[in-house]
Design a protein around this ligand. Structure first.
Ligand code: 4AD
Ligand code: MG
Length: 432
């Protein structure tokens, strides 16, 4: 019996004959030789098919089988330092499952809109492969980080009765006799769960009817939201920087080949170690005031260009804390030392990528929170359960939300978040 293995495990089979199952990534022929780049999902390996070593039908079929032909090849594994990946297969047998001609995506350049339209196939390219494998390692690292620190994962609902992050970006869904909204954030539910379990996190899809067509915005994205009972702003700032440092270290450890495929400068990633620099909003505003390219006005939220200027000052992510209350959410606690500011933090990724985390200490006083809900003209009835958390055993607590796609794009050095999710949803794209 010939053992079936995968490209990533070839090192364990040198000198042995194995079977690989996959697809033709690329191929070329030279007289009595076919060179087949076989990809199997775990990697790509060069398979050398010499006419005299294989059945004649196989040699003939391979001669007219194009990119993405599905096939199994059996051959001897040879270590070869010159081969990409370090191995080569000397093919002796094989079977074509489906011979393909005219695959729509060739290794030549295609426009981004065309590629997005073909996303179901574009996933097979080396670049998408690398990014989505980094995404997988990021997800695993986040889960292990929280698990090791005693956080409990709780899932928040996707159909919700009210807004969490402002009423202007809600997706409405008919819900029997009522209207529901797709969740913008699991935070309010994470707060309830933190009062039950102490330290929790949510991990799920979130939705924003963002009209903005920027490289940072999706309408459907994944968010990870830790929430800590008895936690303060300082506690979650430390948690955020430890989380990011852990995630980057895990990706460097587990996905070096993928980072190389993306031509990512890993030296920059190796610098992502805690502690990160910290700036108050006022300090950040002072940096922008001195910057010739900034159009920032004190009191405003930072725009994408402002965030880029700020994050370019440092080789690590920067924590910007204590923004003016006017530009932040209703649930954020005011800073007792300067009541016009919130106890909040945004983490801007390095290399100019902008905000990847937003968080705060939460308002824990019943009367103050009720006042805030009224000020923001939020439907009081829908928030009664949330107010209960301040009626029964209220304690200081804090948390944040990390945007998965922005984090993956940052680590991969990819310009646009649409490449950091398998099937992106944006204002103009609902397919495939
Ligand atoms: O800053 P945001 O809006 O914060 C919240 O939703 C809080 N409820 C989180 C919390 O405290 N539990 O969003 C958090 C993060 C952002 O920093 C960003 O990384 C990501 O979610 N994000 C988006 N990512 C892609 N597309 C969008 N339209 C995004 N909006 C936010
Ligand atoms: Mg934010």
């Amino acid at each position: 019996m010939i053992e079936v293995t995968s490209v990533e495990r070839l090192a364990q089979h040198v000198g042995k004959t194995v079977c690989l199952r996959g697809w033709i990534y690329n191929s070329s022929s030279k007289g009595k030789l076919h060179f087949v780049q076989l990809r199997d999902g775990t990697g790509i390996v060069q398979c050398v098919v010499f006419k005299n070593n294989v059945p004649p039908e196989l040699f003939e079929q391979l001669g007219h089988s194009g990119q993405e032909t599905s096939l199994s090849l059996v051959g001897l594994v040879k270590a070869d330092a010159r081969a990409p990946g370090g191995f080569e297969i000397d093919v002796t047998q094989g079977e074509i499952h489906q011979s393909v001609q005219g695959y729509p995506i060739t290794p030549k350049e295609h426009g981004i809109e065309y590629l997005l339209e073909q996303r179901h196939l574009w996933l097979r390219s080396k670049r998408s492969w690398a990014i989505l494998r980094v995404r997988d390692a990021v997800i695993t690292a986040i889960r292990s980080f929280f698990d090791e620190r005693g956080f409990v994962c709780v899932d928040s609902p996707i159909f919700t009765p009210n807004a969490c992050e402002g009423t202007s970006t809600l997706f409405e869904v008919p819900y029997f006799e009522q209207t529901a909204y797709l969740t913008q954030s699991g935070q309010l539910y994470a707060e309830a769960a933190a009062m039950a379990m102490g330290k929790v996190y949510t991990f799920g899809p979130t939705f924003r009817a963002e009209k903005s067509k920027t490289r940072r915005h999706l309408t459907e994205f994944w968010m990870i939201e830790p929430e800590v009972a008895y936690g303060t702003l300082d506690d979650i700032m430390v948690l955020a920087e430890e989380l990011l440092a852990h995630v980057v270290a895990q990706v460097l450890l587990r996905r070096p080949e993928e980072l190389a495929a993306l031509e990512r400068d890993v030296e920059k990633l190796k610098k992502i170690v805690a502690p990160f620099p910290r700036l108050s909003y006022d300090e950040a505003a002072a940096i922008l005031a001195k910057h010739p390219e900034s159009t920032f006005k004190y009191g405003d939220d930072f725009g994408a260009p402002d965030e880029t200027i700020l994050s370019n000052q440092f080789d690590r992510p920067v924590l910007v804390h204590r923004y003016p209350k006017e530009i932040k959410a209703f649930y954020m606690k005011r800073d007792p030392a300067q009541p016009d500011k919130c106890l909040c933090v945004d983490v801007l990724g390095s290399e100019g990528v902008g905000e990847i985390i937003g968080g705060s200490q939460r308002e824990d006083d019943y009367e103050v929170l009720l006042g805030r809900i009224r000020e923001h003209k939020l439907p009081e009835v829908a928030f009664q359960w949330y107010l209960d958390l301040r009626r029964y055993g209220s304690v200081p607590h804090a948390g944040f939300g990390l945007g998965l796609e922005r984090t993956v794009a940052w680590i991969c050095g990819v310009e646009h978040v649409r490449e950091a999710i398998p099937f992106p949803r944006t204002i103009y794209r609902l397919t495939p």
